[in-house]
Design a protein around this ligand. Structure first.
Ligand code: PLP
Length: 432
């Protein structure tokens, strides 16, 4: 890989780090010229089978013709923004309500970050409580309350975990976020019960996106039961899992229904989007009234210049419609499983300690540890150097996994792309 990269230096001269998000930076990252179908194309002409797919949203791959036709039509005939209600938002929200079990009403945002932020504000408005619970290793976006306890350290954490993952977070905010162990009922449930009077929301990422660890159904069920008993709002962050694992996300698959859900990514097929949704009685706390004093004290404020713009609503309608019609889940989950199995067999064949995680089209692998991983603590001692080398060697062979290494499978992938990927994996293991 080309380490000295003049184009990247040029970008770095005006963009801090040369990246648009801190977690997206890695050694040897190429600068991209364009993309098509399953491929990213570097400015040096090299092509990569793309398993990053914009960090998840591009469930149909790049430049899907049906998405383009609908978006073009919207741009040419729909206008850019209205700032007034339109039937496109009703159509898009109705589709979300049809697919996502907990959704009776929806508000659209432009990102997953705004969606989780809005869920938390709404929960605080409803309960009158300040604290929130999140789980160690979970990522919920870039706002202050959730930039805590994201990264799994190489040491066993103590709980409740206190560790900001960004400079600049106020102490007051840090104190209001309680970070508990994921998939660990014995600690988390008594803790929540003990502090219930202070907790507005419990926020769960059903598959820890950074590590591929899947929430156990029993864990989600216990959280459902405890939060319901104590008047705490249960929020599932399905920004990644919603419309990817199934149209209705993990709640559809596991039958555990939260009070609120945060959505984004695949729901818009690559166009900036987010949404929060939930039971009517809860969502109506966002609706403004004609009483300004009531609005300031009782209504959870939510707004945004670009919310529910016609282009984004067209993206949501088209993406959800296409997912419901084409039902690509069996195929993309099958490809995900094939990649996981190939990595696992290579690990065994070459005597390299490692394991795979993920679910369906979400694929992840870890080196230096073995066996089934159900807790983030089990990642302690993983071989980060080998993980980086694996990702980098794959990239040299034209396959782009997110450093981690992690892969999102898209519906545009053909069997031949997956075969090429499996060959690249086998080749990398020969020299790993
Ligand atoms: N929640 C989860 C589970 C995510 O993975 C992400 C983004 O990666 C977010 C929230 C934030 O979404 P966005 O990047 O659209 O703000």
């Amino acid at each position: 890989m080309n380490e000295s990269n003049p184009a990247l230096e040029l970008i770095r001269s005006v963009i801090p780090g040369g990246v648009d998000g801190n977690a997206k930076s890695f050694a040897g990252m190429p600068v991209i010229k364009n993309a098509y179908g399953s491929r990213l194309v570097g400015i040096d002409g090299r092509e990569y089978i793309d398993y990053c797919i914009g960090y998840g949203p591009l469930i149909f791959g790049h430049n899907d013709p049906e998405m383009i036709a609908a978006l073009k039509d919207s741009l040419e005939n729909g206008g850019f923004i209205y700032g007034l209600p339109h039937l496109g938002m009703w159509e898009a929200a109705s589709l979300v309500c049809r697919c996502v079990p907990c959704a009776e009403m929806v508000r659209f945002t432009n990102s997953g970050t705004e969606a989780t932020l809005s869920c938390i504000r709404l929960a605080r408005a409803i309960t009158g409580r300040d604290k929130i619970v999140k789980f160690y290793g979970a990522y919920h976006g870039t706002h202050e309350s959730v930039l805590i306890g994201i990264k799994a350290s190489q040491k066993e954490p103590a709980y409740p975990y206190v560790g900001a993952d960004s400079a600049g977070l106020p102490q007051g905010v840090i104190q209001d976020t309680l970070v508990l162990p994921f998939n660990e009922l014995e600690y988390s449930i008594p803790f929540i019960e003990k502090h219930a009077g202070e907790i507005a929301a419990v926020l769960v990422e059903p598959v820890l996106g950074s590590y591929g660890i899947v929430a156990e159904k029993a864990f989600l069920e216990a959280l459902r039961q405890t939060t319901a008993q104590h008047g705490i709002i249960l929020v599932f962050d399905e920004v990644v899992t919603g419309f990817r694992l199934a149209p209705g996300g993990i709640q559809e698959l596991f039958g555990v229904i939260p009070d609120l859900v945060a959505l984004g990514k695949a729901m818009g097929g690559g166009i900036p989007i987010g949404a929060f949704a939930g039971r009517r009685q809860l969502m109506e706390h966002v609706a403004p009234t004609e009483d300004a004093v009531y609005n300031s004290h009782k209504v959870a404020y939510h707004s945004g210049t670009y919310n529910a713009n016609p282009l984004a609503m067209t993206a949501v309608k088209t993406a959800i419609g296409k997912l419901m019609r084409d039902d690509p889940y069996g195929r993309i989950n099958g490809y995900g499983e094939a990649i996981r199995q190939a990595i696992q067999s290579c690990m065994e064949a070459h005597g390299i300690e490692g394991t795979t995680t993920g679910m369906g089209s979400l694929v992840q692998c870890h080196f230096g540890i073995h066996g089934e991983i159900r807790r983030v603590e089990e990642l302690v001692g993983r071989d980060l150097t080998r993980q980086e080398r694996f990702q980098s060697l794959l990239m040299d062979r034209g396959v782009f996994f997110i450093p981690g290494p992690r892969a999102y499978v898209s519906a545009v992938l053909q069997e031949s792309d997956v075969d090429r990927t499996l060959e690249a994996i086998e080749d990398v293991f020969r020299i790993l």
